[in-house]
Design a protein around this ligand. Structure first.
Ligand SMILES: [Zn+2]
Length: 283
């Protein structure tokens, strides 16, 4: 009390300023709290939430082949795995609706993929891709999981490669916030919307990663946060699965074989089941 009086005596403007700031801050905090409370039913951790729809996104397609192996193209491998995943989900998790962003060899713009996901009220977005070093062949092999997140220039290798699809789109600068003008990709700040799903993205990516490593004995490059455009605009938890290096001789054989594809699919299925248990109707 004495301290407060002294403070007031010696520097009244500061004290008043402090009081004003304090009351302002608590009002803002209350508003944020209110807003958050209001939105709670929309999040995926609310009681009674049901994971109903999964979006399967086969990367690339049509005029965008993605990466190349010695004899295969990423767009075809991604579509083959995505289709098998759809069949497996329908058979093994019948309570889940599956929506594909493409089912044929056609070019679908990245923002359109997110629109399809939102229109169908997806609860989880899984994008299937293959990694590549871009040379003739590489010793690099194994899986990598990408989630959208904080990132710095220079940590963008995979994102830059996966985002290259936008250069085949008309008006990509307008559609993707000036992407390609060296702005957005380097300075992206996560919106509150994306932050809301960040935890779930990482939970799912971690589940998939564990299945690949522990069940299939795959080498893993882990989970990376990068500025991947197809994940950026997604209105739901979204993970991009780099299923292997298409320009690695052994990985390419695995990625194009029925056994390899089925192993990848079953690992994703087990991860989906665990994720579903995790998010469904949290009590
Ligand atoms: Zn790709």
């Amino acid at each position: 009390m004495i301290f407060i009086r002294q403070l007031f005596y010696k520097s009244p403007p500061f004290f008043v300023l402090f009081l004003v700031l304090f009351s302002l801050q608590s009002t803002v905090a209350q508003q944020v709290k209110k807003k958050h409370h209001h939105k709670k039913t929309a999040t995926q951790t609310a009681p009674g939430f049901r994971f109903r729809t999964v979006i399967i996104d086969a990367g690339h397609g049509g005029k965008d082949p993605g990466a190349h192996g010695a004899y295969s193209k990423e767009k075809n491998v991604a579509l083959a795995i995505a289709k098998k995943l759809r069949t497996a989900i329908t058979e093994q998790i019948p309570s889940l609706n599956v929506v594909m962003t493409r089912t044929t060899d056609n070019f679908v713009e990245l923002h359109r993929r997110d629109e399809i996901a939102s229109e169908n009220k997806g609860n989880l977005f899984i994008s299937i891709h293959c990694n590549a070093m871009g040379g003739k062949t590489t010793d690099e092999h194994g899986v990598l999981l990408l989630v959208y997140g904080y990132h710095r220039k220079g940590e963008q290798l995979e994102a830059i490669r996966e985002n290259a699809s936008v250069f085949l789109e008309k008006d990509y600068k307008q559609k993707y916030n000036g992407y390609g003008e060296n702005s957005a990709i380097n300075t992206i700040l996560m919106s509150a919307y994306q932050q809301k799903f960040r935890k779930q993205c990482i939970i799912f990516a971690d589940l998939v990663n564990n299945e690949f490593k522990k069940e299939d004995g795959r080498y893993s490059h882990g989970i990376k946060e990068q500025g991947v455009l197809v994940l950026q605009q997604s209105a739901m938890p979204a993970v991009l699965v780099e299923t292997g290096f298409i320009d690695n001789t052994r990985d390419e054989a695995y990625l194009t074989s029925p056994e390899g594809q089925s192993e990848i699919v079953q690992s994703i299925i087990r991860a989906i089941k665990k994720y579903k248990e995790n998010v469904d109707g949290q009590k």
